[in-house]
Design a protein around this ligand. Structure first.
Ligand code: ADP
Ligand code: MG
Length: 700
């Protein structure tokens, strides 16, 4: 079932493999694992026994409550706490927790987004225990990872489709492996994920002074600072003591929950950092990433810091992503993306690689939409972020193998080169056969793929649903051929070579940030869906509806609901941002600028009273500049306010999303431009907010 326990110096708060092994009766432990392995429902007897052990373990650790912990379509997690207290007779209580309570609960579902799947009056929703992830204790509450569905059985959450996609991937991978002889006798195939999490840390007192950060998670105003990231002096720089203290504290909190945070370093932008955990099963990794984001925020509060997980907290400064490292392995320990020593002769590897290449090419639009959110729109296409075009990087060695196959040529392996540092005392080491490409949205990195489009605040679920499902589909097509051919080896090579020839256009090893690539991608016919509003219709494309229906991931109805929810969220979050901007302009920026203009006008008057001959050019020029821009600011806010009123009249969500994309976004940008000019020309003592310089250099 996955990772093992870290040496218990900090005390574990996770009901993991080792705890289960120790606490559960042997026959129950074996039966539970067998159910998971064979993908069979648990019997009530097993659930009852697990519940009883879980409760004793949790109570011993100080827990008083339990909750089904689930991931509704809001993208964050939800929990409703119940205490273990159960009345037994007159005035007596015991701490109890039954198998039924473990398996299922019924929260009122009417306030969670359903995208039309459930009418508000049908309030019933069910959460059900997911035994393939680990229960854990948070805030004295036993949290039971659960799925969430409606009374009618439709999915209302992010976990259910992920579990379904893993089932599909398992089934189709085994079919292909069995055709190839399944040498290691694998009976189960799983996806593994390591989610690198980027974030910003700023001082909490400054954060509290910015309404935009508090309400929207990003700055909606802010003039460019004199020093941003142009010196590139932050990446891998020395970690400042306050940040180090935060990271140390965070590590401990995460380790206790079985989340093995491994690497932590400064990122490219000032005040930006990254955390990489040790990879885990895709389902566990997704749960763990949700928890990681939550814990980062709470640990930050303890250090009087604010942790910003938004994709683009600061304009003109690098944004934050969440690199989704993804691989597929058998329960016999074979990583199916591992090329081995001689990739050119490794049929099994090349089949899986071809399936990924074909999948990425055929489902570019779905991969794009899986990373789409209003906040990520500000990041994709930015100077460090992958463009909104999906392509795949293979690196030199694998690229050469694929080229050779595409051109029916023999592949000549490159010799491993010894790295020469020019300094004699440094030990010699082998150079990798391929460099890294940091600009690709989807890069092969040795024995895994790294999908880098995903935004820092996103759940890892949706991208992995798409990855697993597209791979399952391509493998199912390969398996159909392999199961019905005379010679598996010959047919495999036919598949590999046909696939690589047909889908080679998706492979791009160059610089994805260049303008030439945008042109080149267009020539190759790759899709370029710039915003969420452009990408979301992919959910309703017939080829995608068929894909998800075939592998039983989403029904057409469920996809329609996702379409609706994503666009609704897009419009709502932009609405909140627009209204926040207006509020800040009215309540803080306008009064501040007026006050400063008053001071300048008074200075001019006072000087004239002293002597008509005293020059006042500086004051009057500045006053004129401020007055002009203040008028333009006012004009821009009136336009934005009027356009918001117009938006309220549009009831169709597709039309509304296009209106927000085309009109409101532009209004917001115009408004910001004038506010930022005013900021640059107003004395600091009058400006109501901490500036970019203050925010980005607030933690020492
Ligand atoms: P970088 O991307 O900076 O080179 P690493 O390759 O060391 O960093 O790892 C990045 C992330 O990928 C980590 O979270 C790591 O656990 C994860 N990872 C490593 N191997 C695999 C794998 N086989 N499958 C999924 N994730 C992996
Ligand atoms: Mg990485």
């Amino acid at each position: 079932m996955g990772t093992t326990n870290i040496p218990g110096i900090f005390g574990s708060l996770v009901f993991n493999e080792e705890v289960m092994h120790e606490k559960l009766p042997k026959e129950i432990y074996d039966a539970l694992n067998k159910c998971i392995e064979d993908n069979k429902p648990l019997t009530f007897e097993i659930a009852q026994s697990v519940a009883s052990c879980m409760k004793s373990w949790a109570v011993e650790k100080g827990a008083t409550h339990y909750t089904h912990w689930f991931q509704p379509m809001t993208g964050i997690t939800a929990e409703k706490h119940d205490s273990f207290i159960t009345p037994v007779g007159e005035g007596k209580i015991i701490m109890d927790f039954s198998g039924k309570e473990l398996i299922q609960s019924e929260p009122d579902a009417s306030s969670f987004p359903s995208g039309g799947l459930r009418a508000t009056f049908e309030a019933r929703g069910y959460t059900a225990w997911d035994p393939t992830s680990y229960a854990f204790i948070k805030d004295r509450t036993l949290c039971i990872p659960s799925i969430f569905c409606s009374y009618g059985g439709q999915v209302l959450d992010k976990k259910t489709p992920l579990l379904r996609s893993l089932q599909a991937l398992n089934k189709q991978s085994l079919r292909v492996l069995n055709c190839l002889g399944n040498e290691t006798g694998a009976t189960h195939v799983d996806a593994f994920v390591g989610g690198e999490q980027e974030y910003f840390l700023i001082d909490r007192d400054l954060y509290n002074k910015r309404e935009d950060l508090r309400l929207c998670g990003r700055t909606l105003f802010g003039a460019r600072p004199p020093k941003g990231q142009e010196m590139e002096d932050h990446y891998f720089g020395t970690i400042k003591p306050r940040v180090k203290a935060f990271m140390d504290d965070l590590d401990v909190e995460l380790w206790k929950l079985g989340i093995y945070a491994k690497t932590e370093h400064n990122e490219a932008a000032p005040a930006q950092h990254e955390l990489a955990p040790i990879y885990a099963l895709a389902n566990t990794a997704t749960d763990q990433n949700q928890l990681t984001m939550e814990i980062m925020k709470t640990v930050a509060i303890r250090h009087n810091l604010a942790c910003l997980i938004h994709e683009k907290p600061f304009a003109g400064i690098n944004g934050s992503g969440k690199h989704n490292n993804w691989s597929v392995s058998t329960n016999t320990g074979v990583n199916l993306f591992d090329p081995g020593k001689a990739p050119a002769e490794n049929t099994q590897f090349l089949l899986f690689l071809s399936a990924v290449i074909k999948g990425v090419d055929e489902y570019q639009d779905l991969l794009r939409v899986s990373a789409a959110s209003p906040s990520n729109d500000h990041r994709l296409g930015g100077n460090e972020a992958p463009p909104a075009i999906v392509s795949l990087y293979l690196g030199d060695e694998l690229g050469a193998v694929v080229d050779a196959i595409e051109n029916d040529e023999k592949f000549e392996a490159a010799e491993k080169k010894v790295m020469k540092s020019g300094v004699k005392v440094i030990p010699r080491f082998d150079k990798d056969t391929s460099d890294r490409n940091r600009t690709s949205p989807f890069a092969f990195t040795g024995n895994k793929f790294e999908f880098r489009m995903v935004g820092s605040s996103a759940s890892l679920s949706t991208p992995n649903v798409v990855l697993n499902t597209m791979l399952a589909e391509e493998l199912s097509q390969f398996a159909d051929r392999l199961e019905n051919c005379d010679d598996v080896e010959i047919e495999s090579w036919n598949i590999i070579s046909e696939t690589l020839k047909e889908h080679g256009r998706i492979v791009f090893n160059g610089n994805n940030y260049s303008d030439e690539w945008v042109e080149e991608a267009k020539r190759r016919g790759l899709v370029n869906l710039k915003t969420t509003a452009d990408a979301v219709p992919a959910y309703l494309d017939e080829k995608n509806i068929e894909l998800f229906a075939k592998h039983k991931i989403y029904t057409r109805e469920e996809l329609e609901s996702r379409y609706e929810i994503t666009l609704e969220t897009y419009c709502k979050s932009m609405h909140i941002e627009a209204v926040t901007m207006l509020d800040m302009v009215k309540k803080d920026i306008t009064p501040a600028v007026c006050k400063y203009m008053g001071v300048l006008a008074n200075t001019i008057n006072s000087k004239h009273q002293v002597s008509k001959n005293l020059p006042c050019k500086l004051e009057s020029d500045l006053l004129e500049k401020l007055s002009n821009n203040a008028d333009k600011l006012d004009e821009a806010s009136k336009k934005l306010a009027d356009d918001i009123v117009k938006a309220d009249k549009i009831s169709d969500v597709t039309e509304l999303s296009c209106y927000y994309r085309d009109t409101i976004l532009e209004d917001m940008e115009t408004l910001r431009t004038y506010a930022d000019i005013l900021e640059s020309n107003t004395a600091s003592v009058y400006w109501p907010y901490p500036t970019y310089t203050d925010l980005l250099n607030s933690v020492v």
